[in-house]
Each structure stands twice: as C-alpha cells, then as structure tokens.
Ligand binder design. Sequence first.
Ligand code: PLP
Length: 456
Amino acid sequence: MTTITNHMPTKELQALDAAHHMHPFTTQTELAARGARVITRADGVFITDSEGNEILDGMAGLWCVNIGYGRDRLADVAARQMRELPYYNTFFMTTHVPVIALSQKLAELAPGDLNHVFYAGSGSEANDTNIRMVRTYWAQKGKPTKKVIISRKNAYHGSTLGGASLGGMSGMHAQGGLPIPDIHHIDQPNWWSEGGDKTPEEFGLERAQQLEQAILELGEDRVAAFIAEPIQGAGGVIVPPATYWPEIQRICDKYEILLIADEVICGFGRTGNWFGSQTVGIRPHIMTIAKGLSSGYQPIGGSIVCDEVAEVIGACEFNHGYTYNGHPVASAVALENLNIMQEEGIVDHVRDVIAPYLKTKWEALVDHPLVGEANIVGMMGSIALTPHKESRATFAADAGTVGYMCRERCFANNLVMRHVGDRMIISPPLVMTTAEADMLIERATKSLDECYAQAK
Ligand code: PLP
C-alpha cells in the first residue's frame, strides 16, 4: 500500500481521495471528475494547498477557527492531556478535571443563569440533545403533550436526524424521510428576498408574529420550544430586521415556551459579544454551542442550560449521552482556546477594532453592479448577488449559478468565500488584522468584477 504524504503529486492525492473518501455535501461524481482541493497546512488566517497557493480563509474553516490557525498552545495542551488522561467518560457518576474546569468557565462566560453544560461531540448532536431535553423538561413538569419544536424554513441546525429535522432545508428533508414528527417550521426574516413592499421593520414584525400564529394553531398545550440562530448563518447570513427578536422574545415570554438559541456559529465572539444572544438582546433557556468553543481544534459541542431547566432535568435520570460527552482532550483544548480569547481580548478586538473596520468596507460593496444587499454583523457577513438592484431580483434560472461562479472566481483569487444560492458569505477568523481585511475586500472585489464580466 502507498504511504500517503503531503509531498505526493496533487493529482495522485485527488484520485485516491475520490476513490475511497465519501465527502459531505458533495456530488461524488463531480469530485471524481475535478478533484478536491487538497489543504496541507495553515497559519493565522491563511490556508495552503498542495500546489503551494496561500489562500485567505474568509470562512474560518466552517465558521469555526475563531482564534486562527497554528496555535502551539492548543497543540501542547492536547499532547499533555493525551499523556495524562486521554479518555474517560462522564457517565454513571464519574468526572474529570478538564470537564469540570471547562464547565466552570462556560458558566462564567454565558449570560444570565445559563450555568450548566451538557456536552456533545458536535453542534448536531447538541441539537439532538436539545430535542430530548425540552420534551423531557415538559414531561417532568406534568405536560407531556408539549412536544412540538418550532423552527424556521431555510435554517441549518445540523445533519443528524434531529438536527436536520430542526433545520428547514428542503433538500435535506427530501433525503431520508425528514423531518421527524412534531417539528414545525415558520418563515425566515429574510427581507431582501421575501420582504416585498414592506419596510424591513414591518416585515420583521410580521415574520416574528408567525410564531404566535403557529402557537395558536398548534395549541399552546403542544408547543415546547422555539429554536433559532440569533443571526442565521448557513442559510446565507440573514440579518433579521431590528423588530424581529424583541417580538420573538415577547411571544416566548407570553406563552411560556422555551427559547433555544443556536449559538454554534454566533457564539464565542463572532458577533462582537461572547454570544449572539447578547448582540440581539434575547434571554434563551438553552444555547447550543460548538465550533468556536474549541476554534475547531477538537470536535466538541454542547448545550448550555439555565438553572430552571437543569433543575427539572436533574430530578430524573436523563437517559441520554454520547461516549465522547466532555471528552478530556477536547475539553482541555476548548478551555485553553477560551483562555487565549480572554488573554488576547479577542472579543474586544472584534467589537472595537476589526468588525467596525470590515463593516465600512463590506457595506461599500453594495455599490458594485452585481451586489444588491451587503450585510454584516461582527465577523459574519453576506452579499446578495442580483441582476437588478431596484427590484431586488434574483437570478431566476438555476439559482445559485452566479453564486457558484463567484465562489470559483474567489478560489482562483486565493480567497475562500462560500455561496448559498446567489448569496456570498464570509465568516473569517476573529483575529484578522486590518491589512488582512483590506486583502479580503480587494480579492472579493476582483472576484465580483470577473464574475460580473462572465455573467453579463
Ligand atoms: N447549528 C448551526 C447553526 C450550525 O451552523 C451547524 C453547523 O454548521 C450546526 C448546528 C451543526 O454543527 P456540527 O456540524 O458541529 O454538527
């Protein structure tokens, strides 16, 4: 068998990859025809491919490498922990020091009385936990019919059966018979695409009020919780109008339904506060976390739970758990990641320095002939590509084609930007400098120019 190394020719690596590796969210035949881009190393905000190209990672991997690549401290902590205690579980009345320390740190960072953490290996697993947790909570409170979780169309909450059911992506529902029962979806607050003649404020209110209508239609005695990201990420970085979240909070309070904030992307500094819930001013009962928790250096996720829910769940045996709940190496790395974020003031850097700097430049992209809307909150931004700004038209035939074309131009210009249909999105590492932000804008503009010339 061949020993596979970084030094093999790209074509050989690509052929072996396509032969044996099934990729997520990929058409395998296209992959076999074109070959995957092989990433070999990374440092700071840059990744390097097997051809030696240094690429600005405008997506921080998959929205996760918040403190940037190449952090020796995280590698050292992982090696130390692997030697001392590489694994032990937290089932059946056992625990270990890294998970105790991480839980204490998360309770300190999370707002309000979100003081308790149930761990998982990923954001998807954590959202599966949330489904069982909220249903168990209501059953324990003597209201077992309260099972329905309301979510939103075009939301992304993961790829497990539970996560994909909570998500509102029709392509995901179509494969495997989803959603599971008792998940209900309302419309998203995407003013640019769906707002018609309404002002953003009117539209935000109207979309939030769909939650109230759904509760009344389904029956108050059946609705357990509402789940949403403070700012929708994988759906295309949809920034809700200012009227949206206050109205959602009012409705959750009025009908006493649990509010789950999916902070998998928005958490850990991405929006300029530790959590997106603080940025949009909501008080969730549960927050889903993953990604930035360890800056992607280890797979770890979880649910941060408020006192009341934790107390009710804690009174029964919660028959739920994963072998890697609170894994010692992942916990130690996550804790060190959070220590670094605090020591280097990374959330302050986002709020006071890099996000305001990037915002000015990003929003100016709206002057480009191909761009209809440019939104950014903290370090997550999107632009909507349009053939006609005034009417907020989309590229009707083959939606996503121009976005795909733009993403390919970005790659060619050594920039990673992702496309969701005809929206281009960014979520760069939070440690980005102003010079690197300039580079991002310069490469994005060049890519848009080339795409405009091609699309005309
Ligand atoms: N929730 C949100 C908001 C996400 O963006 C994601 C992943 O992108 C998930 C959940 C699922 O997390 P994971 O991929 O770690 O399972």
